[in-house]
Design a protein around this ligand. Structure first.
Ligand SMILES: Nc1ncnc2c1ncn2[C@@H]1O[C@H](COP(=O)(O)OP(=O)(O)OP(=O)(O)O)[C@@H](O)[C@H]1O
Ligand SMILES: [Mg+2]
Length: 460
């Protein structure tokens, strides 16, 4: 059976009537619609739903549509966003387009208008729906974009090319920020599956009770709230590639079902009786040591061996320092263009030397990337100087508890620790562009407790 994926739409409007109207209209046309009323909730649902398109009202009480748009784009620039605006605020619609929205609708609009905007926006997102390939994506995830000429990176390039040619399951390991997701995408976009979907889920972000039905789909009435039969993400990735990010976080019960997908290439909806054939290449990524998870009884040994067919380990940046100057050059070019500089920002020799020889980059390439972008934004004479880099680096070391000293001789432990906690969370949120899933993971706390602290310190 050939499965036609339906597009997933995340629709946000604080007015219940409009939201209901939009949801019905779009569902009738066969889209999978996830309606939410608040921007905050929308942001939290992004990773879980992985929408193909977001439709949002521009005026909302908890966060402006423009701000929401910015955060969605920061989370994943590939997600298309359509904004809905009242006639009076056409100016805002224009700034939304400048901010990266793919289209806008002016209220009141006809259903047909809505549908044609949705169709157009979806067809510009060809990763999932295109028949041919998508040049932009293929270029972007060309393995040559994985910068590095060190011996280790050369081996990784060769490995990617080799596995891209077959369907073997790949297990990518490495510290945070070493490029695991980039490698997974490169494999997909260099394989014969490139015109088919690349679907990924972050197992750490998906609540346990939702994971099964998200992955395998469910039948109508199989549990409270299952009002219609729904396809799972694995089915959606049919003939494509599926990335299990943070695979170590999958609960044991789901592991058993996943094993079946790997062995039999079939699955069953939650509450379903029929076996459904799926053809997906699985790629898993983790920053944990899966072998020790197996020893602790937290990860099934049989599943581990099934996944670990081709292991790809990404070394931390400090173990391949020779690649740092190349990476700096790459990000200088990328962010100079992104921030519309007339020429590519230059950097002092001493700054490069410091970054290459002294900095340890515990956050690996992501941290280096952030440092370069920040330095570009703060440079006022077109050249990044060593002291700027030192400043970025010292901001970073201030985030490590060992180096905090009370600023004014205060001895109040509570005030001082809270002050530190606030700064640390603020910094991490900045580094993750406000992405709470990643921030929570980096801080190694739950999303709920991060949310609580954000409220407490008024960091919204
Ligand atoms: N070799 C590389 N060349 C250029 N950019 C890279 C390379 N490796 C990683 N990056 C960039 O660094 C950032 C982090 O990469 P990625 O998200 O793939 O890491 P990750 O290992 O999945 O991190 P995490 O464990 O935190 O999820 C991304 O912006 C990515 O594009
Ligand atoms: Mg990742």
């Amino acid at each position: 059976m050939k499965i036609q994926p339906t597009a997933r739409l995340l629709v946000i409007d604080d007015e219940a009537n409009i939201l209901r109207f939009l949801t019905r209209a779009l569902e009738k046309r066969g889209y999978e619609v996830h309606p939410v009323m608040e921007s905050q909730e929308a942001l939290e649902k992004l990773t879980v739903i992985q929408p193909d398109l977001v439709i949002t009202d521009l005026v909302m009480p908890d966060m402006s549509g423009i701000e929401l748009l910015k955060r969605i784009k920061a989370y994943n620039p590939e997600i298309n966003v359509v904004v809905i605006t009242a006639h009076a605020s056409l100016d805002t619609a224009i700034s939304a387009i400048r901010g990266g929205a793919s289209d806008y609708l002016v209220k009141p609009f006809q259903i047909e208008e809505l549908c044609s905007v949705v169709k157009r926006s979806l067809s510009s997102k060809r990763i999932i729906y295109g028949e041919g390939g998508n040049d932009v994506f293929e270029k972007r995830y060309d393995f040559r974009n994985l910068i590095g000429t060190s011996q280790k990176m050369k081996e990784i390039h060769a490995l990617i090319q080799r596995v891209a040619a077959n369907d073997a399951t790949v297990l990518i390991t490495g510290e945070s920020g070493t490029g695991k997701e980039l490698v997974a995408r490169s494999i997909h976009y260099n394989s014969k599956r490139r015109a088919k979907p690349f679907v990924s889920i972050n197992c750490a972000a998906l609540p346990e009770n939702l994971m099964e039905s998200e992955l395998f789909g469910h039948e109508k009435g199989s549990f409270t709230g299952a009002t219609s039969t729904k396809m799972g993400l694995l089915e959606l990735a049919h003939e494509g590639t599926f990335l299990f990010d943070e695979i170590a976080e999958i609960p044991l019960q789901v592991q058993a079902k996943l094993l079946r997908v790997l062995q039999e290439k079939e699955l069953r909806h939650v509450g379903g009786l029929r076996d459904i054939k799926v053809d997906v290449r699985l790629v898993a990524a983790t920053s944990k040591d899966l072998r020790s998870q197996v020893q602790k009884g937290l990860f099934r040994e049989d599943l581990f061996y099934r996944l670990n067919v081709v292991p790809i380990h990404l070394p931390p940046l400090r173990e391949r320092r020779e690649d740092i100057p190349l990476l700096i050059a790459h990000f200088l070019e990328y962010y100079s263009q992104k921030h519309n500089l007339k020429t590519i920002m230059r950097i002092e020799e001493a700054a490069v030397k410091h970054m290459t020889e002294v900095s340890d980059w515990p956050g690996n390439i992501r941290e280096l990337e952030n440092a370069v972008e920040r330095a570009i934004l703060f440079s006022d004479n077109g050249v990044i100087q060593e002291d700027q880099i030192l400043k970025v680096a010292s901001e970073h070391s201030r985030e490590t508890p060992g180096s905090v000293l009370p600023s004014n001789g205060s001895r109040n432990l509570k005030t001082e620790t809270e002050g530190f906690e606030k700064r640390l969370i603020e910094n991490v949120l900045k580094e993750t562009s406000g992405n709470k899933f990643r921030a929570a993971r980096r801080l190694q706390i739950s999303r709920q407790s991060l949310q609580y602290k954000i409220k407490k310190y008024q960091l919204e």
